[in-house]
Design a protein around this ligand. Structure first.
Ligand code: 3PG
Length: 214
């Protein structure tokens, strides 16, 4: 797939999703019920991070057992991790930053990579390699809405998925920006509900998260 095709694919996938839940799986038993709760609440595109030992297993199992969902990998920090998530079937890859290593690996990767950026320089590094879609991270800390408005000047053909500090109070305002294709975050996955296996609460929170977008 060319970079043009990958840009078009990741943009389409993000626009359709509107919200990209960032998921860290705490135990194997959580994998299916958590994904099912999010999906029942309307969130069908999921970013499974490699922050826990269960990340790769979760991606593999969800690809096999929930083929109707769109499953991406997050917290991919280097080329080795990118190879691993590609091998287990991740349909897209998210990185927290724009190191030279992940940017170059992402050009070779068979699925789209959404590199993290927090500065104009990061965007320019990725832009030179053909990237047009980025995660803005950590969005609320690195300038939030004002930064996205400012980036729209020099980077008119770049679109973002802001993540980090997005919640029910600000998601709608972010998504209203023309250069925002979706918002990412964890706010619909409350830690207590997750620990207690309260899947109904996570389903409700997912439905509410989408509802706040209007
Ligand atoms: C991420 O890595 O994308 C963030 O941890 C998600 O940020 P949040 O917990 O503030 O939503």
């Amino acid at each position: 797939m060319s970079m043009e095709q990958k840009n078009a694919l990741i943009e389409q996938l993000c626009v359709r999703a509107r919200i990209l839940p960032v998921i860290t799986i705490g135990s194997e038993a959580q994998i299916l019920p958590l994904a099912d709760a999010l999906a029942a609440g309307g969130l069908h595109t999921l970013e499974i991070t490699l922050r826990s030992a269960h990340g790769l297993t979760a991606i593999r199992r969800l690809r096999e057992e929930r083929p109707e969902l769109c499953i991406g990998a997050g917290t991919v920090l280097d080329r080795r991790m990118m190879d691993e998530v590609e091998a287990v079937g991740a349909q897209f890859v998210v990185t927290p930053g724009a190191s030279r290593e992940v940017l170059e690996a992402g050009v070779q990767c068979s699925v789209p990579v959404l590199p993290g950026t927090s500065s104009a320089t990061d965007i320019m590094e990725g832009y030179a390699l053909g990237y047009r879609c980025f995660k803005l991270f950590p969005a609320q800390i690195c300038g939030g809405i004002a930064a996205l408005r400012a980036f729209a000047g020099p980077f008119g053909d770049v679109r973002f998925c802001p993540t980090g500090g997005i919640n029910a109070d600000n998601a709608r305002e972010y998504l209203a920006l023309p250069n925002v294709m979706c918002v990412g975050g964890t706010w619909m996955i409350d830690g207590t509900s997750l620990a207690n296996g309260d899947w109904a609460a996570i389903q409700r929170a997912s439905t509410e998260a989408l509802a706040t977008l209007g």
